[in-house]
Design a protein around this ligand. Structure first.
Ligand SMILES: C[S@@+](CC[C@H](N)C(=O)[O-])C[C@H]1O[C@@H](n2cnc3c(N)ncnc32)[C@H](O)[C@@H]1O
Length: 417
């Protein structure tokens, strides 16, 4: 099955840690950008052949990421949804996530999103501490984040849908373990179905990196961040969450009360294997190295033996889509780069991405079904070395990270680059 990622690159202000393709001060481009996005979806859908991309498989996840997608007005969102539904076949239980920034939405907006088919919200909460939110240049307080989650519940984003995710950041300069514990406790009190916990990284070109380099802020301490991670992992297990990826935890069926089967591998169900019911299906698509199309400025896609990305600038993207012609599926007029993925590269990527999945890992039967060869044959030397260094475990059914290696997973990934 197929997944679609739609990038909305606009923000009310730029966060001090953020190096994503996102821009403040361009709100006048939001409406024309949304029109271009709808047009790109139609062009790519049509280029998929007489039956559109439907013949390439149904779409089972959509993800609106940013930037701040929740800055897009409802009428523009409605246009984009019409284009998606006209151009692609969506499964009945399609997971539809939208990233939302607390402080940018009200009840009517959230109800409108729900009516359009959005069934999962991901809120960039980041911290419950006023000083940390201000350091991040966030536009909301933690109380506003709580109120936004309450409104989301009222609008129908509950356990009958795919629920609510909260993003939190730890390892912040000057952050004490007590503050991190307080942030996590207050986030848990909101009873999210899903949590993403990210260790602060100082990305090139960000204000945060410049402040640290100029000595205005202490550098994040990796050892403190590692302790925060271990503590959070234990605390989340106590709260009924199951970790399924290095930075991601979800409620299980028992705790979450969601009456549907847990997610299985879409290539071949690994025997007797389950993921927590509220694991994000869209992100699983990436980590399982399965196909997705990317729409919008700077969006990436991976399908039909290519990885590709669109032009970064929103203005250039609009111009390309307005004046361009669709190329053969899946390439859009906004394409900036396309790289063929040969079979060995695809296998490397399947290993590298699969090791992110802390429980599922790389299922041996799925790998063999896809590539006609076992990972133990292709990567015998690498697997022996990593097993010897206590970084991974390789069983008859799967290879995966050892729990103690989650903080040094790069040592595993680098073997498959
Ligand atoms: C693309 S951003 C989503 C933006 C979202 N609309 C928001 O309100 O913040 C995804 C998440 O990645 C995390 N993130 C981004 N940059 C980061 C960095 N330098 N270090 C750690 N986490 C980061 C943040 O938690 C952020 O919410």
């Amino acid at each position: 099955m197929l997944s679609l990622y739609l990038h909305i690159p606009f923000c009310a202000s730029k966060c001090s840690y953020c190096d994503f393709n996102a821009y403040a001060g361009m709100s006048d481009l939001i409406a024309p950008y949304a029109r271009a996005l709808a047009k790109e979806v139609r062009m790519v859908g049509e280029a998929g052949g007489p039956e559109g991309a439907g013949e390439r498989g149904e779409v089972h996840t959509l993800f609106f990421g940013g930037g701040t997608p929740s800055l897009t007005p409802l009428d523009s969102m409605a246009d984009i949804f019409s284009a998606i539904r006209e151009s692609f076949a969506l499964t009945d239980d399609c997971e539809v996530t939208l990233e939302a920034n607390p402080g940018t939405v009200d009840l009517a907006y959230l109800e409108g999103l729900h009516a359009l088919g959005v069934n999962r919200l991901s809120f960039g909460v980041q911290s419950a501490q006023a000083n940390e939110l201000s350091l991040f240049n966030r536009i909301h307080t933690f109380d506003e984040a709580c109120e936004t989650v309450r409104l989301a519940r009222q609008a129908g984003f509950d356990r009958q849908s795919y629920g609510v995710n909260l993003d939190l950041i730890y390892g912040i300069p000057g952050q004490t373990p007590e503050r991190w514990k307080d942030t996590l406790a207050r986030a848990l009190a909101l009873e999210p179905e899903h949590l993403s916990l990210y260790s602060l990284s100082l990305e090139f070109g960000t204000a945060m990196r410049a402040w640290v380099q100029r000595g205005l802020l202490p550098a994040p301490d990796n050892n403190v961040a590692a302790d925060m991670y271990e503590w959070a992992d234990a605390e989340l297990a106590r709260a009924g969450f199951e970790q399924y990826e290095i930075s991601n935890w979800a409620r299980t069926k028992d705790e979450g009360g969601r009456m549907k089967d847990e997610i299985q591998c879409t290539i071949l169900p690994p025997s007797s294997f389950r993921l927590p019911a509220f694991a994000c299906r869209h992100n699983l698509q990436y980590w399982r190295n399965e196909p997705y199309l990317g729409f919008g400025a700077g969006a990436h896609g991976c399908i039909s033996g290519f990885r590709y990305s669109n032009v970064l600038s929103p203005a250039a993207y609009i111009q390309r889509i307005e004046s361009g012609e669709a190329r053969p599926f899946p390439l859009s007029p906004a394409l900036a780069e396309a790289t063929p993925v040969d079979v060995k590269t695809a296998m490397d990527e399947t290993m590298m991405l699969g090791f992110r999945l802390t429980r599922e890992g790389i299922p041996a039967d799925a790998f063999r079904a896809r590539y006609g060869v076992g990972f133990d044959e292709v990567y015998a030397r690498e697997l022996r070395d990593l097993t010897g260094r206590q970084l991974i475990e390789v069983g008859a059914d799967r290879a995966r990270l050892r729990p103690g290696a989650r903080l040094v997973a790069n040592r595993v990934f680098e073997k498959f680059v």
